[in-house]
Design a protein around this ligand. Structure first.
Ligand code: NAP
Length: 334
């Protein structure tokens, strides 16, 4: 049986997810699309033989849509996710779950009232083979209790509309989520410090920036955010434990040895670096959605990410450590 999926938001990642749902993964048919840019939606729909809906709400209500993919602009996610929950339809929502903690809490309340998970948030790193292997090593006790996590997030460059806030709530949010995933703890406090300004970046960006997290159990996390590093998209991670360390391996498919040196390849495109992870997150989503539920990163994870990035934005202004006050975790997410 093919799950009938509707997609709201047919921009860059929406089109990439449509490609994987139609050309890579089995199990679904895209029956409906919607976008505020009606022409864009119509063009995409024509290629799919799908119906175009004038609004996301109309798409969610359609009898021809059993599950939703929300890939519209971040600030528009909350009403669509709430409508999907009200309709009892599983929804994959790209990060952020919502741009305010109040909206995250409203979604959490709605899902808890519904009684079972319906929402998966698009933190695809949790499906990356490297991070999953790191988590297995930690869970097996091979490095003892995790004490420190060093995370590096370097973009070759970012597009013109990219803002200083996005360094924290769009880029660093992935490192924050993966820190919570690997250490299995909540973030208790955050501070943010810009380094000496890179001569290779835009004048308006605090680039590079260092973000420090203190986890509730006392582990510390340092995150480098560099967004005009030039040489490529480079994601690094190492957890130091009581008796050992575990790191992401280099991802180059080849090693070139020549003229007294050896070198690997580093791509510039984040979609390529995490292509398998994006495939796996949607494969997992399809399986769960076909059963009328959700798996992977939850509404709680989406809420925690927004709470931490809000605090990080405040910490950057004050220059101080910013404590994070989280809501009580509902049993649905234990
Ligand atoms: P994008 O290219 O701007 O696409 C967003 C699309 O949504 C655009 O077509 C936009 O139309 C449309 N839209 C805006 N408001 C809408 C509304 N109320 N209802 C329906 N459609 C609406 O952005 P993107 O890069 O694809 O990002 C989309 C989301 O995915 C963001 O939340 C982003 O953070 C997330 N994302 C996640 C990852 C990841 O690694 N997990 C990577 C990239 C993006 P207009 O252009 O006319 O505004």
């Amino acid at each position: 049986m093919s799950l009938r999926v509707g997609v709201i938001g047919t921009g860059m990642i929406g089109q990439d997810h449509i490609r994987r749902l139609t050309k890579v993964l089995p199990g679904c048919t895209i029956t409906a699309v919607s976008d505020v840019d009606g022409d864009r939606a119509a063009k995409i729909a024509a290629g799919l033989g799908a119906q175009v809906f004038p609004t996301g709400e109309a798409l969610i209500a359609s009898g021809d849509v059993e599950a939703l993919v929300v890939t519209s602009t971040g600030a528009t996610h909350a009403p669509y996710v709430l409508a999907a929950i009200a309709a009892g339809k599983p929804v994959f929502c790209e990060k952020p779950l919502a741009t305010t903690q109040a909206d995250c809490r409203a979604i959490m309340a709605a899902e808890v009232a519904h009684g079972k998970r319906l929402v998966q948030v698009g933190f695809m790193r949790r499906f990356d083979a490297g991070y999953r292997a790191m988590k297995r090593v930690i869970a097996a006790g091979k490095i003892g209790a995790p004490l420190l996590f060093h995370s590096v997030h370097r973009n070759a460059s970012v597009p013109p509309g990219y803002s200083n806030d996005m360094m924290l709530n769009d880029t660093c949010v992935h490192d924050i989520d993966i820190a919570r995933f690997l250490i299995e703890d909540e973030v208790a406090a955050v501070t943010v410090k810009a380094a000496r300004h890179s001569g290779n970046t835009r004048p308006d960006l605090a680039d590079p920036t260092l973000v420090l997290l203190e986890m509730a159990g006392g582990a510390l996390v340092d995150i480098e955010i560099s967004v005009f590093i030039g040489y490529g998209y480079d994601i690094r991670g190492e957890v130091s434990g009581e008796t050992g360390t575990v790191s992401l391996a280099e991802t180059s498919p080849v090693i070139v040895k020549s003229a007294g040196q050896y070198a690997g390849e580093i791509g510039a495109d984040w979609r390529e670096r995490f292509i398998d992870a994006y495939d796996e997150e949607l494969r997992a989503w399809l399986f769960a959605a076909a059963e009328g539920t959700a798996t992977g990163p939850s509404v709680w994870d989406g809420y925690a990410a927004t709470a931490v990035t809000d605090a990080a934005l405040a910490a950057r202004t004050t220059g101080e450590w910013q404590a994070i006050a989280m809501a009580e975790k509902p049993g649905l997410y234990q």
